[in-house]
Design a protein around this ligand. Structure first.
Ligand SMILES: C[S@@+](CC[C@H](N)C(=O)[O-])C[C@H]1O[C@@H](n2cnc3c(N)ncnc32)[C@H](O)[C@@H]1O
Length: 381
């Protein structure tokens, strides 16, 4: 692949800016913010690095052909014209998906089938044989993105979504997506710049992503395979070099990281996940309600994802968020607290003025991620 290969990296809404910063730090050129994605250019090493080291990436895609068509026949012909042989041998396996927006074409499943037919017919023409379909672990996964009449064919370098780091062995209620959790930590600006606490840690995702960041551990260190491993041009030596370089930058964090929860089950799940992430000893885990937790030391960052609990009556949730606010004011002065919740009404009961607000999505739920600077004069009682 050329040194200025176009690359598109997908992420969640609201994480585009931190993803672009991550890409620049890896050496990407021409970064541009898109909707739930960042585009850039780079070489094969950057594609490997992006998969291995990006914390806020969901998928790394390589656009190989962009064209405009106004009907299905023209679409089929345009897909069939691509020199697929440079990406996939006829004996290899293939998977195709399609995402549509805008008017002309109506059914994404049908467009995925049409794309697959066009690719398969390209091989039939030349070899009187065709690649087989393997939806799980194909040699080549092709995405068709069709926006109105504008179509792009992309190769998926990641395979499984990059949020699947491979460390999650146990979960309790409503675990955050790993990419979102890493995004929260990066958006807060914390990077081993002081003590870190998640006092309602659930399965520990936020504290684990914070520890991976603080220790410079590549987020995919425990993952065993990527889509590009099965590519025709897979350069094992280059991959091993990229991996070895990233692994060599692992360091001991300076500041402590704490995760706690009122439930013993959550403490246990967090401990298991920490162990499988190879982070034992880097995060101190405790079973304690937030109301009783005191800051471990002066001035740090607290990030937490309390229950949004739509099942509770508002008075209960309101009361719960009021307790959080009072505790922050009383015991956590000097700290910066970040809280993500989909329950805007409940967030008002924290009773502190947020200095920053960002809209993020936890699955389909629109959430607000709010920053609270806890000054001495916030203290009550
Ligand atoms: C939405 S879950 C957090 C999920 C977590 N971010 C993850 O990725 O797994 C909320 C957690 O808050 C905990 N919790 C609720 N009330 C609490 C309290 N008063 N003190 C400490 N933890 C509490 C629950 O036990 C639950 O594990």
């Amino acid at each position: 692949m050329k040194s200025n290969t176009p690359i598109i990296v997908k992420t969640f809404h609201g994480l585009e800016t931190v993803l672009a910063e991550e890409l620049k730090a890896l050496g990407a050129s021409n970064t541009r913010l898109l909707k739930r994605a960042v585009s850039c250019t780079g070489d094969l090493a950057l594609i490997y690095r992006a998969n291995y080291e990006l914390r806020t990436a969901l998928r790394v895609l390589i656009p190989i052909h962009t064209f405009e068509v106004s009907n299905e026949r023209a679409y089929y012909r345009a897909v069939r014209e691509v020199e697929w042989n440079q990406y996939l041998d006829v004996s290899g396996t293939l998977a195709v998906d399609a995402v549509l927006s805008g008017g002309i074409f109506r059914h994404s499943q049908y467009m995925a089938l049409l794309t697959k037919d066009a690719i398969v017919d390209y091989y039939r023409d030349r070899y009187a044989r065709r690649p087989n379909i393997n939806p799980e672990a194909p040699h080549l996964r092709v995405h068709a993105r069709i926006h109105g009449s504008k179509c792009t064919l992309l190769l998926d370098a990641s395979g499984d979504s990059l949020h699947k780091r491979g460390y999650r062995r146990d979960t309790v209620e409503a675990p955050l997506n790993e990419v979102l959790a890493a995004g929260l930590v990066l958006l807060s600006g914390w990077n081993d710049t002081g003590p870190f606490v998640d006092p309602m840690c659930g399965s520990g995702t936020i504290a684990i992503e914070a520890a991976l960041l603080a220790a410079n551990i590549p987020p995919q260190r425990t993952r065993s395979s990527f889509g590009f491993f099965r590519w025709k041009n897979f350069d094992r030596k280059l991959w091993e070099r990229v991996k070895a370089e990233a692994d060599a930058r692992v360091k001991q964090p300076i500041f402590p990281i704490y995760a706690s929860d009122k439930e013993g089950r959550a403490r246990n799940a967090t401990a298991i996940n920490l162990l499988s992430a190879g982070l034992e000893g880097l995060v101190q885990v405790q079973k304690i309600p937030f109301e009783k937790l005191s800051p471990p030391e002066a001035a740090g960052v607290l990030i937490t994802n309390p229950p949004y609990d739509e099942r509770l009556r508002l008075e209960d949730v309101a009361c719960f968020y009021k307790v959080i606010g009072n505790r922050l004011k009383k015991a956590w002065s000097g700290w910066t607290a970040w809280i993500i919740s989909s329950n805007r009404e409940a967030l008002n009961y924290i009773g502190l003025q947020p200095s920053q607000k960002m809209i993020l999505y936890n699955g389909a739920l629109e959430c607000v991620f709010q920053k609270f600077e806890l000054h001495k004069n916030d203290q009550r009682d």
